[in-house]
Design a protein around this ligand. Structure first.
Ligand code: FAD
Length: 282
């Protein structure tokens, strides 16, 4: 029996947030010992593009946890990508999660990297010693004509050099299993981690579902209807739901689970307390 991987994701605090916010998040996650923590990358004009590397360096050096740095392609030219890669290398990241990024209203893509696979190929060529990860979508990416078409494109990304995939969040494990079967049948044989985001607020679940054009399954809809105005009860229900999702995923032998912490260490810790033995027993 293989031991599933367990990883976490954090994001750089907003520019106007106090500098110490990220330390509070990381202190709150201390002791969890994930296989790695990934740090997201903001690609808007107003984003601080050096924050990902700085936080990754802190996680590695001060918390002694391997890190994965996200990097987006659409609004960067090669020079900017090179700068980011140099910063990531100095920060000692274990891998780069190469992403296309979302189209931003009113901003024109630079045009040097159209798809994430273009960035994957570029990084593999530029820094062969860096591992490159990619994103995948159990319900299909919103712009894809179908799940099958999306998986064909995912195969291109893996063939370009993505050696590990992390999935978008999903609330119905059956969606993930269906995706996994199709991906394996398409010859995608790299590890695929299942992305889990605990339900903590009705507003964020509904806006995320709308943005990704994904369905909210009946058990989650029931939770939102009953506790949509009662944040603490919804949080408890969300912790239980995520813990059950993870238990079922591990029972099905998934390669790993990637938990979106949303920089809320207390919620992350409660989930980890529920599922930790499933990850440590050989
Ligand atoms: P791609 O793999 O390029 O896919 C995007 C679309 O293009 C899909 O519909 C795909 O089917 C299609 N496509 C791909 N290749 C081809 C091809 N060769 N020909 C035709 N069509 C093709 N965003 C951020 O801004 N910062 C982050 O840190 C961040 N982290 C993320 C982490 C994870 C785990 C996930 C799942 C998403 C993350 N995102 C992040 C969001 C991501 O940038 C968006 O979902 C974006 O819309 C797609 O990025 P991608 O890398 O999956 O793109």
């Amino acid at each position: 029996m293989h031991k599933p991987m367990f990883s976490l994701e954090v994001f750089p605090p907003k520019r106007d947030a106090p500098v110490g916010t990220i330390y509070d998040t990381l202190d709150g996650l201390e002791g969890l010992k994930p296989d790695f923590i990934s740090v997201t990358y903001g690609h808007g004009t107003h984003s601080d593009r050096t924050a990902t590397a700085r936080i990754a360096a802190t996680i590695r050096k001060e918390y002694r946890i391997p890190t994965v740095a996200h990097l987006t392609a659409l609004y960067s030219d090669k020079e900017r990508i090179d700068q980011a890669l140099d910063l990531f290398e100095s920060a000692g990241v274990s891998a780069v999660l190469a992403l296309r990024g979302d189209h931003l209203e009113g901003e024109t893509p630079v045009g040097e990297f159209e798809h994430a696979s273009d960035l994957v190929r570029y990084i593999r060529q530029r820094k062969p010693e860096l591992k490159v990860f990619g994103a995948c979508y159990p319900e299909g990416h919103i712009e894809a004509a179908s799940l099958d078409a999306d998986i064909d494109n995912l195969k291109v990304k893996v063939d370009a050099g993505a050696s590990h995939l992390i999935s978008q969040l999903f609330y119905s494990n059956d969606d993930f299993y269906r995706f996994l079967d199709k991906a394996r049948a398409a010859g995608i044989d790299v590890p695929i981690e299942a992305g889990i985001m605990p339900v903590t607020s009705a507003k964020s679940v509904r806006s995320m579902a709308q943005r990704n054009k994904s369905a909210i399954p009946a058990p989650v809809e029931a939770m939102l209807e009953r506790w949509g105005d009662d944040r603490e009860s919804l949080r408890v229900a969300g912790i239980n739901y995520a813990s059950e999702q993870i238990t079922d995923l591990v029972a099905h032998g998934v390669d790993g689970v990637h938990l979106y912490t949303m920089n809320r260490p207390a919620t992350t810790r409660r989930i980890w307390r529920n599922v930790e033995p499933l990850f440590t027993v050989e």
